[in-house]
Design a protein around this ligand. Sequence first.
Ligand code: SF4
Length: 251
Amino acid sequence: MEIYDNFLTCDIVIETTRRCNLSCEHCLRGEKENIDFNTKFLDIFLSKLKKIKGYEFQLSNVVFSGGEPFLVPNIIRELIEIIKKYNDNELSYYIATNGTIINEDVKNFVIDYLMECVNSYSDSELRCIEISNDIYHEPLTEEQENFWKIFKMVGFRNSRTTSVLNEGRARNIVDKEKVEVSDYEVCISDYDIDIVFYLNCNGEILLNCDLSYDRQRNMPYPFKNTVENLDINEWLDDIKEKIEEEEENEN
Ligand code: SF4
């Protein structure tokens, strides 16, 4: 067994679809687009992540984001199967949803998704669903709220007093405190890299999960790369170099 001094820990956030059934005022993505995630992108990306040289690679959290992920529950099922193929440690999974889509496919998916956690008898493997329930989202109907309350592991986010991210449609909001979003979420120390990979519906990988579709389109290399062209070792070197250069310029 190879022993490594260096660790690369990462979270992967997957943009399951750019479709959404709502049009919230604060949507950080901007205008919705008619495109879903192609599961082959994750397969290719994970196979390349496995080839990182010199680092012990640890995948810790997987987030299914959107758009609205419950427009595509069957894509999420496929993604979980792909992740299991590449990863034998236990992971936490998280889905952020507006909670308004409840059909047979969603019901079956939610039951299977949560039951897998119960059956694993493990505290470390978490399956979380969080409902965005705040002043910007359409309020849930009683029926929708009652459906989600059946599942104790489902969290309700209530962000009535918090600020919004200054991305996408939220840029037009004038009467709320807004937080700027940085180009990347990467922490580099002498031995470790802690990184958030965001896989979008176009098969691109970015280094922050809170970017609008417009900002994603305009993000330059190395803060964006494509899954298919990716040379993971070269890319990590380029990311490190660019971030160190930016930090030196700031000091
Ligand atoms: S904030 Fe979420 S629910 Fe609202 S439009 Fe954007 S993706 Fe859809």
